[in-house]
Design a protein around this ligand. Structure first.
Ligand SMILES: CC(C)=CCC/C(C)=C/COP(=O)(O)OP(=O)(O)O
Ligand SMILES: O=C(O)c1ccc(O)cc1
Ligand SMILES: [Mg+2]
Length: 359
């Protein structure tokens, strides 16, 4: 008898694709040959990996393991998943606001202090991992009701709430050790981040605008980055820069929240995706326009040279492409568009670097 849990769709064999794209290991147990398939892909569970074809032999059970974290030692897997290491986009979204700010705060004609950027880049996956861990701790009962999140370690019981909290504290302590290397690091800024990440998950219970709170949380690096370099804030640049990051966050997290619209209604979770409904594209066009306009003002006030505006135009085109092509009824497409925001962040960062050098 053939028992199998298939990778979609398994009705056609395509051995060449299998051997090229995957690693596999086999074990023999109770008469069946079990093949554990590690899809060596960077895509999400709803992404391209679901479309891969593999060959299934008679008397063979195929266990789908679609992420590289599933190939880590078993004891580590739930913690790596809590920190969402297989989906690095959140680290980029936390890193870019800091990087923009630190680059803008550099002296005219100069590149930013790369040591400061490198230190923050090391702390970023830990800070983001901590934010995700406390998020999953507070959301664990909601996550059980949502298809996309029901297998998360705390929702599924693979990690107990106490273990989750210990892992959260561990990541915060480690990132604190790293942030001590940042010039002008201040405990007050670290405490602000801690407060924001611990309160953000509660917002989706109270308001249809949790994204507006996430905007403060994830753009914290704009204030922290400027302070790291200058030791104080300069409102004429920092305020428009913050407004840009803030509108960008509402933009991308509204697309992200479109992934779970149906489940969120059933679970009583609120979001701008539900608030905006049929008018979502109009709303996100408004936030994208405010974001770009505000970047232009920050660049102007910082006396950036022409390359900044060329890159800003390319970044605006990237947002326009997202709006124009996003299929808001497709979770996979919403995820793809959400992940593409790393390119937006990189375009703005490149523009600031070159705008500083050629100012
Ligand atoms: C400072 C940083 C990086 C914060 C990121 C926080 C985060 C996990 C947001 C998404 O939470 P959510 O509860 O809205 O969505 P999900 O379903 O992914 O948990
Ligand atoms: O860290 C994440 O996974 C993350 C970050 C920002 C979002 O808007 C959504 C998810
Ligand atoms: Mg959550």
């Amino acid at each position: 008898m053939l028992r199998h849990r298939p990778i979609l769709p398994t009705s056609f064999a395509n051995p060449s694709l299998f051997s090229r794209k995957t690693n596999s290991s086999t074990s023999h147990d109770s008469g069946y040959r079990t093949r554990v398939v590690c899809m060596s892909t960077t895509t999400s569970p709803v992404g391209k990996s679901d479309r891969k074809l593999i060959s299934v032999q008679p008397n063979e059970e195929v266990v789908k393991v679609s992420e590289w974290v599933d190939c880590l030692p078993e004891g580590l897997q739930p913690y790596a998943k809590l920190a969402r290491v297989e989906k690095p986009i959140g680290s980029w979204l936390l890193m870019f606001p800091f990087a923009w700010s630190a680059a803008l705060a550099a002296s005219t004609g100069s590149l930013p202090d790369f040591k400061t950027l490198a230190v923050f880049a090391c702390a970023c996956p830990l800070l983001r991992g901590a934010a995700c861990t406390i998020n999953d701790f507070l959301d664990r009962d909601f996550d059980k009701m949502v298809e996309r999140t029901k297998m998360r370690p705390m929702a599924s019981g693979a990690v107990t709430p106490f273990q989750g909290l210990c892992f959260f504290a561990f990541q915060m302590l480690l990132s604190h050790g790293i942030l001590l290397q940042i010039p002008n690091n201040s405990l007050m800024y670290e405490a602000l981040f801690l407060f924001l990440i611990c309160t953000y998950p509660l917002m989706k219970r109270m308001t249809y605008w949790p994204q507006a709170y996430l905007g403060f949380t994830i753009n914290w690096g704009i204030l922290y980055g400027w302070h790291a370099i200058k030791g104080s804030l300069q409102p004429s640049i920092v305020l428009p820069l913050f407004l840009s990051g803030y509108c960008w966050t509402i933009f991308y997290d509204t697309i992200y929240a479109n992934q779970d619209k149906e489940d969120d209604v059933k679970a009583g979770i609120k979001s701008t995706a539900l608030k905006f409904g049929e008018s979502t594209k109009e709303w996100i066009t408004g936030f994208a326009t405010a974001c770009i306009g505000s970047f232009a003002l920050a660049g102007y006030n910082a006396a950036l040279g022409w390359p900044f505006y060329a890159f800003l135009a390319a970044a605006a085109a990237q947002l326009a492409w997202q709006i124009g092509t996003a299929d808001l009824s497709s979770p996979a497409d919403c995820n793809r568009k959400f992940v593409s925001n790393k390119w937006f962040g990189a375009l703005i960062f490149s523009g600031i670097l070159l705008g500083k050098v050629f100012s």
